[in-house]
Design a protein around this ligand. Structure first.
Ligand code: GUN
Length: 281
């Protein structure tokens, strides 16, 4: 039976470390501020944004909430970002995704100053990650690395298979695992013989957005399985991309949903906010 990797506990540790760093900055007279922009009122986004504000409050980061009408134009949002970019008292800027359909998301993300891009979505930060330079790293994959490190799971030289190739999770995840000297394979919806490949993994990271997709026959005995997915089932319960009950029987370690990767994303966002002060120096 697999060890359960406790993302709730590890994320709480990280938030406490961040809280101490924020307090130290306050003693030097430096306040850290995160601007959070939400356009429209998608219920899932409202929950995420609410959790981000709560985390800010806990660690002592000031949050500025911009709740914009669904009908906000691309130009209006670009104007707000430009204003926040130039404000010396704003350290981080986050635009909650997805934006309503009429927005050009790429142009919006490109408009955020790379030095304030605490989500790590700006092409400059994505590029820096690829060539091993400093910069902001997307919070969910950065959180996965922290989970592995703080659970004592060795990455160097290990076979790591990433299932999913999104810009927010799959691709940066692969880059980060490379940085940790793992041997990395990225699989996706067109991959042939998927099970053969996932069964080779010492560390299997699943981010394909399909509920309970990875069953026990995808997993090598003793492997570490990280589940990035989150879905609400018809009975209202949450589940991930991994069929937890059966995979838990053969994995060596596994993240549950909820309480695995999810809480790590916000903890890493808080960490990035502290990092923003250093980068902006
Ligand atoms: N939507 C889903 N995940 C994220 C995230 O990590 N950041 C932002 N800005 N939007 C999201």
């Amino acid at each position: 039976m697999a060890v359960r990797i406790d993302g709730k506990m590890i994320s709480a540790q990280i938030k406490d470390e961040v809280k101490a760093q924020v307090e130290a900055y306050k003693k030097e007279g430096k306040e850290i501020t995160l601007a959070v922009i939400q356009v429209g009122n998608d219920p899932a986004s409202s929950v995420y944004v609410g959790n981000k504000k709560k985390a800010c409050e806990y660690v002592g980061i000031r949050s500025l909430a911009y709740e914009l009408d669904e009908k906000t134009t691309q130009q209006e949002l670009l104007c707000l970002i430009s204003e926040l970019n130039s404000r010396a008292d704003v350290n981080g800027i986050l635009v909650q995704l997805p934006l309503p359909k009429h927005f050009n998301e790429e142009e919006i993300l490109l408009a955020i100053s790379p030095l304030k891009d605490v989500d790590g979505f700006h092409p400059m930060n994505v590029g820096n990650l690829s060539i091993g330079k400093d910069g902001f790293v997307s919070c969910t994959p950065a959180g996965v690395i922290e989970l592995l490190k703080r659970t004592g799971i060795e990455m160097e030289g290990k076979e790591c298979v990433v299932l999913g190739r999104s810009n927010i999770v799959g691709k940066p995840m692969a880059m980060l695992m490379l940085r940790e000297n793992a041997t990395v394979t990225v699989c996706h919806s067109r991959t042939k013989n998927l099970k053969e490949i996932t069964k080779r993994a010492d560390i299997l990271i699943v981010a394909i957005g399909k509920p309970c997709f990875v069953t026990a026959d995808y997993v090598k005995e003793g492997a570490t399985v990280i589940d990035v997915g989150i879905h609400r089932k018809e009975d209202k319960k949450l589940c991930g991309d991994v069929a937890f009950d059966e995979v838990e029987q053969i994995a060596g370690a596994i993240t549950p949903v909820p309480g695995g990767v999810g809480p790590m994303t916000i903890a890493m966002l808080m960490k990035n906010c502290v990092e923003s002060v250093k980068l902006q120096k």
